[in-house]
Design a protein. Structure first.
Length: 201
């Protein structure tokens, strides 16, 4: 009886420290955003000719190919970063600091009124030989991200890492940032299509 009581008390003391998985609403929200931004990007690059894909409005403006490469590379790098976030010690004391930032991430990152210089590791360098290869890579990466947020039992809400603009974000907000970042640069590549010199075919 004493042994049973000791085990019960021991488990009770450990329970608060156990990871808390995301709620189903949180999973659904993130997956919805990821699916929606995936569709917007794929729709925006569908049926482009090589001339349209590679057209540069000027020397300082990315082509659609370069915007797309930046999206694909960033997906991988941010996903890797989330892995680093989750390896950091949990710090529930920071939860108040990120309260309400889910919506802020989704809105502020997509706002192109503010421009930022991409880090060197995310600058396009023609990593993929063809349009198809790049798009296929993006699809695989996005499927992986969606599967992660659907299935993970990690406590994304208790691990944190600073963003250069958004400051402290939790792991879940970094996932939302992947989607928002895709939307931001999908809008950028759609701007290329409005250039008067954009090839008609």
């Amino acid at each position: 009886m004493k042994t049973f009581l000791w085990l019960t008390l021991a488990l009770a003391s450990v329970a608060p420290c156990l990871a808390e998985p995301l709620t189903q609403d949180e999973r659904n929200r993130a997956m919805s955003e990821l699916h929606a931004s995936r569709k917007k990007f794929l729709d925006s690059v569908a049926g482009l000719s090589e001339a349209q894909w590679n057209f540069k409005p000027d020397a300082n403006t990315w082509s659609i190919a370069e915007c797309a490469e930046h999206i694909a590379v960033s997906e991988d790098k941010i996903f890797e970063l989330i892995g680093q976030v989750m390896k950091s010690p949990a710090d529930p004391s920071k939860k108040q600091e990120v309260q309400g930032k889910d919506e802020l991430v989704l809105k502020a990152i997509t706002d192109r009124s503010q421009k930022f210089k991409a880090p060197e590791m995310l600058v396009p360098t023609h990593r993929w030989p063809t349009q198809t290869a790049l798009i296929d890579h993006f699809k695989d990466s996005r499927d992986r991200t969606i599967a992660y947020i659907r299935d993970t039992q990690e406590d994304l809400r208790s691990h944190f890492m600073p963003h250069p603009v958004m400051k402290t974000l939790d792991g879940y907000q970094w996932v939302l940032l992947i989607s928002a970042h895709t939307e931001r640069h999908t809008a950028q590549l759609n701007e290329v299509k409005t250039n008067p010199n954009f090839p008609k075919n």
